[in-house]
Design a protein around this ligand. Sequence first.
Ligand code: B12
Length: 269
Amino acid sequence: MIGLNDAADRLGVHYMTVYRYVRTGRLPAVKIAGEWQVDEADLDRLRQREAVARVQGSRRSWATSRMLDRLLAGDEVGAWTVAESALASGAQPADIHLELLAPALQAIGEQWQAGDLDVGDEHKASVVAQRVISRLGPRFNRRGRKRGLVILGAVAGERHEIPVAMVADQLRGEGFEVADLGADTPAASFVAAAKRLEPLCVLVSVTGTGHEAAVAEAVSSVRAETDAALFVGGAAVPDEKTAVALGSDRWTGVDARQVVAAVEELRGA
Ligand code: B12
């Protein structure tokens, strides 16, 4: 372990810069006899990450790898600190969703698929991601008259709830009212909500493959009861052809910003 003055020398930065790294969670440290001490291995890791960020010309890629690290550690406080420092440097709440959390989660999926992580790691990371999303939620509140109501949910059997939560918050951020039915929503619940709420639009989310029958049931049930626009989307809907085959009015893109734009178009906004 070394002190912050030595760490600053090794990194070639001012003492206060290292101190800020420690306070924002970028550099793990412990206090020994009232003095911050850092592990040299952590210092090396920080140096490597900084180098990657420099090469890629982006502070965000650094923040994304830091977010990934904190999700895998199951560290809500650390993950929130990463989000908070990005917000403090001018990122919008939607950027935290799409540029920090989504790529970190996608990287976790790749590591799970490669057999480097077990499903428990994925669960632990998801819990932290959901907590960060919840803490960001109020920042998407927008005052004033609502622009219309959107019903949103993942189909029956589909447990991927995080993409749904992101779309819901981003729609709220643009002034829409959202009935978020969450994950694993039975077709009958989409229908009940659509009959009761007279939505501008119903969004059916599907992330994994193998949910085609559930999508078909949700789509046909909703269409039988309402004339509202209906879009099927999510990671399992990568293109126009798939969207149309699944019964969507059209393809509305792969991320939340694109869905929001499609809903805005309906409104003629
Ligand atoms: C977290 C996670 C889980 C968590 C979910 C926790 C939760 N509460 O959400 C748990 C552990 C439960 C889970 C379970 C499973 N998972 Co999983 N999971 C993931 C992981 C790592 C992240 C998902 C995520 O949140 N991504 C971040 C979001 C923001 O990205 P996104 O999907 O692009 O989101 C955008 C779009 O979907 C869009 N969008 C969302 N809704 C809508 C709606 C409309 C209308 C439109 C237009 C757009 C839209 O907006 C979002 C924001 O921009 C992914 C890896 C990955 N590549 O994403 C695997 C992944 C999705 N899972 C996978 C698998 C295989 C499974 C399991 C079968 C096995 C397992 N790993 O346990 C089960 C299936 C459970 C089930 N029945 O659904 C595979 C799916 C492969 C496939 N093509 O089918 C993936 C891709 C991992 C991989 N690389 O293999 N998983």
